[in-house]
Write a protein that binds this ligand. Structure first.
Ligand code: G4P
Length: 526
């Protein structure tokens, strides 16, 4: 197969949802259809359950599962499908944001009884930043659900995207009879089953008398009315606005019962984009360029405490990647060769000789990579889309064992490379400050420093509101600001200046006084 065909047949996407909406279940069913697994229950949820806050063995177990399920690849109907897993726990939201930079589209799972929830809303904002094409799967129709029209209105209003249903539920809960597939003009009848992968019943249109035969007269009449109504309300599906991230096709089903999943997959493979262009700091990189380029979006470290093993996950943006070939690590300005890059097929890892745009490869790493690093054939570019976000919580981190200060410094350094949290060094007093999205990360850091680096740390409180990255075209004003606020100035891991505002009032005052300085809650703003 030629290079272009290889690119065209790839679908790299992420499944996102509010915890418990059914992301893991849907992933598993897609893998079942793809033949990548053979029994339900093979994919373990990488959720860190709420009760696990102090159960660190659980966290370690989850990390193990999450490396196995980070990328799940399979072949289906001539397509190479790559599903990228995202952590369910909101304290690891930044991990999810980074993973979303490596996907070409997403499927959002929504619980039919609960509708749009907080985490769905937040993740959708990230998709919007990159105009990622979005498809919606409304799940759990086998349970009492909200009215489907209300759900569609809720999605449009809360996720700020137009919708176009491509399937329609017939009843819900105990009266759930199946779905009418508008995209394929099929009727799928519901039989609760976790294993059967059923085909639909061919009908030519919803007015076919066969519909009565299968679902009864009452249900058939309501179905027809509803389809007529929705065809009046929603324009025909158009792929262009979908690809531009403006229109979300919607499917209904029950992932647990394997219901509505196959239609979703078929439609997805037809309409979802193959690898898209990637934005670098200098130019747009097209997937079909012959020269290889890619970036690191995730690092997984120290799964085996006896070996300092790290795995850097690289998304290929352009060209063909080949094993044992010299590539240029833009961050450190050196050529490197990789002898054992791995690909992920279902839950297996295997060494590969080549990979194409859209693919994710794992590169064993001894500490050369940071999240956001770019690899090329020599061109000095840096891919965009992997900013640091202002943390929500901050604490001073101190050494609790004076004999282990080197271990502590190394441990902190490596955990930050992995993106577990962010480190700021206060320029006034030289103290280290850790910033996180959620409280759980502080405990994870303390636990991992002890178990992986034999280092003990303790935290001390610090009252901070936000970390702000700054930009100004008035160097004098910037210098004056840094002087005046020297107690609040820090450097981030990349040596950039960061203003640590202790309250929203302080930030507001700074904005009013220093009008030529822009303050940003993310490190990428051009
Ligand atoms: P998540 O990854 O989005 O957090 O959700 P997950 O798939 O783990 O699903 C959350 C719960 O919802 C699970 O139940 C799962 O079995 C259930 N579920 C998923 N899809 C459906 C569906 O279509 N219908 C119904 N009725 N339930 C569904 P659990 O009791 O939390 O876990 P488990 O013990 O079943 O694994």
């Amino acid at each position: 197969m030629g290079f272009i065909e290889e690119i065209k047949r790839r679908r790299t996407f992420g499944i996102i949802s509010h915890p418990d909406a059914g992301k893991t279940t849907l992933t598993e069913k897609l893998l079942l259809f793809g033949g990548a697994i053979h029994v339900a229950g093979a994919v373990k949820s990488n959720k860190i359950k709420k009760t696990a806050t102090s159960d660190f063995m659980e966290i370690e177990k989850q990390r193990g599962i999450s490396v196995a399920t980070s990328v799940m690849g399979f072949e289906y109907n001539g397509c190479k499908v790559n599903i990228l897993d995202t952590p369910g726990h909101q304290d690891f939201a930044e991990d999810t944001y980074r993973t979303l930079t490596a996907v070409d589209s997403v499927i959002i799972v929504i619980d039919a009884a609960k509708g749009v929830e907080t985490q769905t809303r937040k993740l959708m904002e990230v998709c919007r930043m990159r105009n990622t094409p979005v498809m919606v799967f409304i799940n759990k129709l086998d349970r009492p659900s909200k009215d489907p029209f209300d759900l569609l209105d809720e999605i449009e209003a809360e996720l700020n995207i137009s919708v176009r249903p491509l399937s329609w539920p017939i009843g819900n809960g105990n009266s759930f009879q199946g779905v009418y597939n508008i995209y394929e003009n099929n009727l799928y009848l519901f039989t609760p089953s976790k294993q059967v992968l059923e085909d639909g019943i061919e009908i030519n249109d919803v007015n076919d008398p066969k519909v009565e035969e299968y679902i009864g007269e009452g249900a058939a009449n309501s179905l027809r009315e509803e389809i007529e109504l929705l065809n009046g309300v929603y324009p025909d599906f158009d792929r262009e606005p979908y690809l531009a991230g403006q229109l979300a096709p919607v499917f209904f089903g029950s992932a647990l019962n394997n219901f509505g999943v196959k239609e979703l997959l078929h439609c997805f493979l037809n309409i979802a984009p193959s690898p898209r262009d990637s934005q670098s700091d200098i130019r747009i990189v097209k997937p079909d360029e012959t020269k290889f380029s890619g970036f690191v979006f995730k690092i997984h470290a120290n799964m085996d405490p006896n070996h300092r093993n790290r795995l850097a996950f690289v998304k290929i943006c352009s060209g063909k990647f080949e094993r044992n070939t010299n590539y240029y690590h833009v961050g450190i300005g050196k050529n490197m060769k990789f002898s054992s890059p791995t690909a992920f097929m279902a839950d297996k890892k295997s060494i590969i000789d080549e990979a194409y745009p859209g693919d994710i490869i794992g590169i064993p790493d001894s500490g050369n990579f940071k999240i956001g690093d770019t690899l090329t054939e020599g061109e000095k570019i840096k891919f965009k889309g992997l900013p640091s976000f202002s943390p929500e919580l901050f604490k001073y981190i101190e050494n609790a064992d004076p004999l282990k200060s080197k271990q502590l410094a190394k441990g902190i350094d490596q955990l930050m490379d992995e993106g577990v949290a962010q480190l700021f060094i206060n320029q006034f007093n030289g103290r280290k400050i850790i910033g996180t999205v959620g409280a759980l990360q502080f405990e994870v850091i303390q636990y991992r420093l002890l178990h992986e680096y034999s280092a003990s740390c303790q935290y001390e409180p610090i009252q901070l509101y936000k970390a702000c990255w700054m930009k100004s075209n008035d160097p004098n004003e910037l210098a004056e600001f840094k002087k005046r606020k020297s107690q609040y100035m820090a450097k981030d891991k990349f040596g950039r200046d960061v203003f640590l505002a202790d309250s929203s009032y302080m930030l507001q005052m700074a904005q009013e006084t220093f009008k030529n300085i822009e303050f940003h809650f993310t490190s990428e703003f051009d």
